[in-house]
Write a new protein. Sequence first.
Length: 205
Amino acid sequence: MIRLRKWKLNRRALGLVAGALACVLLGAALRLAYEAYWSRQTADAPESDVESLATVVTDMLGPGASVDEPPPAFSWPVEGTLVGAFGWHRDLLSGEWRYRDGVRIQAPPSSTVRASAAGTVDAVNAVPVKAADAVSAASGGYEVRIKHSNDFETCYSPLEKVEVTPGVRVSAGAPLGQLPSEPGRAVLDFKLIQAGEPQNPDDHI
């Protein structure tokens, strides 16, 4: 009777051990399956997440925006008085409506014009003199064009003396040249463009 009871106890102990071992093996198998499943899921997640984030950020920053670079911090290129606002205006001489794709800033003669933001000088072009534009600030001199991050571009004219050349990297506030020495022509035509579309500088400065 005693031996039979011991045998039953041993069988019960063996059953408990076998059950515990089975639970351990089942748990290990489930854990391996879980880790294998999520490793496959997370392997694809970063690329899709980055693409989605890039799309959202690009939409927020605008056309041609770069996720890697912040938008340029623009400033006014010369100290003076705004005498020509961006957009549609009535010409004082002809009375016709015209569209101005930049702003005009009147400043003291020979004022130094500075880069509105850091960038690379894209071109230095001579501005042709037109008889019809004899009183225009853009008659003669030079135009400096600078490319910035996020597909921005700025244009400055007319400059009587130019201190930069194409391909040169300039910092924000770097001198580009001087306005004409004649008081009537010391008016800067300043343009800000993004992805080929003229922008109102007031919206970015």
